[in-house]
Design a protein. Structure first.
Ligand SMILES: Nc1nc2c(ncn2[C@@H]2O[C@H](COP(=O)(O)OP(=O)(O)OP(=O)(O)O)[C@@H](O)[C@H]2O)c(=O)[nH]1
Ligand SMILES: [Mg+2]
Length: 357
């Protein structure tokens, strides 16, 4: 029977053996991660077929599961084929699904593995897209960053709506949720989409999930000198406490929001390491957008002031690496026809024209 050492090691759940076989210093003597066994299964199937005995202690079970998950991640990092089809016409993901009927505990374990695989799959799709996008130089690139739930996807949608669409969709898209009512479906990974502003100007928008720094590689910002980054943060917020919802004014969350903005600016800067430019125009251009303007409508001056302060402070901190535009935006991301949204569109268009030149 033809079985590769890696398959056997994974089948037995031996993390140490898998690591040895895939050790980078082995170079071309390293195990081939995609070798198949007689049933056309690669090592990803093998680790899914690794059975942990029920007759050992809980601690031991947990330890073995942890190791198994590390093996899965190791194989994924080595670019193992996720779409491998065995003789029964099954794939690793299908095999996992067949395990969901098991005990609660076991299905949680397989769900975890499924998550790892799906995440890797997304990451790979995204890399492919990146390569395709690389040959579309005529479209301005827009990267929308910011923590989860700040309003990136909402903003991206609103930018595209003209007044007719705004009217048609006003009952749901233009309506903004109250504090505590803003639950939503988070963007998974990165959503790359080609959008058109109402006047027809096109952009390819890279809408990140709040957690997307995990997906980002340095190569994606190779042409950051021509890209535009929008960093979104909240100008007002709320906390859930035992007494209910506690509303937070701009001045109360200023420190926290500034930290978040700085986090993304550092992130943008770090992915551009080594691309420092003396020429200010060649630095990554960043637009700061504060969302949830509607929640701060009782303190419009405070909101403007806090946004301006955050802007001025980070502009100073990052002045050698990033070009943070002078414009300050405090926006309700649902309101596609407000004057700040219109001003944002105008800035984006100018930026694109400048890049094309
Ligand atoms: N009131 C109000 N709600 C907003 C605003 N912007 C976004 N929201 C709400 O906030 C929630 C999250 O918005 P999204 O645009 O999906 O957030 P996101 O930044 O894309 O989140 P991730 O994809 O998880 O990173 C949704 O319920 C939106 O309706 C705003 O300006 N005002
Ligand atoms: Mg989103």
């Amino acid at each position: 029977v033809r079985v590769s050492p890696l398959y056997t090691a994974a089948r037995r759940g031996s993390l140490q053996c898998c690591e040895l076989l895939l050790d980078k210093t082995l170079r071309d003597r390293k195990a081939n991660v995609n070798l198949l066994n007689e049933n056309n299964e690669n090592a990803l199937f093998a680790i899914l077929r690794f059975d942990i005995s029920d007759n050992v202690s809980q601690v031991e079970i947990q330890k073995q599961r942890n190791e198994a998950m590390q093996i899965v991640q190791l194989l994924l990092d080595e670019n193992i084929r996720i779409d491998c089809i065995n003789k029964d016409k099954s794939t690793p993901l299908k095999l996992i699904k067949s395990k969901f009927g098991l005990s609660k505990d076991k299905s949680a374990y397989y769900k975890h593995i499924e998550e790892l695989i799906v995440k890797a799959e997304k990451q790979r799709e995204y890399h492919e897209l990146m390569i395709e996008e690389g040959i579309l130089p005529d479209i301005g690139k827009l990267f929308v960053c910011g923590h989860g739930g700040v309003g990136k996807t909402t903003l991206k949608d609103a930018l595209q709506r003209d007044w007719i669409q705004a009217k048609i969709t006003s009952r749901f898209k233009e309506r903004c949720p109250d504090p505590g009512k803003d639950d939503y479906t988070p963007t998974a990974g990165i959503d790359v989409q080609s959008i058109k502003l109402p006047d027809g100007t096109k952009f390819s928008v890279w809408d990140y999930a709040g957690q997307a720094e995990f997906y980002v590689t340095h190569t994606m910002f190779l042409d950051a000198s021509t890209a535009t980054f929008i960093v979104v943060y909240k100008i007002a917020d709320y906390r859930m406490s035992e007494e209910g919802i506690k509303f937070m004014k701009p001045s109360e969350i200023y420190e926290e929001q500034k930290k978040k903005v700085e986090y993304w600016l550092r992130f943008i800067r770090s992915t551009n390491a080594g691309r420092k430019s003396e020429d200010e125009d060649k630095r990554p251009h960043v637009i700061l957008v504060a969302s949830r303007a509607d929640w701060a409508k009782e303190f419009p001056n405070e909101a403007k002031q806090v946004a301006q302060t955050i802007h001025d402070e980070v502009q100073e901190t990052f002045k050698d690496d990033l070009k943070i535009l002078d414009d300050v935006f405090v926006i309700n991301c649902h309101n596609s026809q407000c004057s700040d949204m219109e001003r944002l569109r105008k800035i984006l268009k100018e930026r694109k024209a400048a890049v094309l030149k």
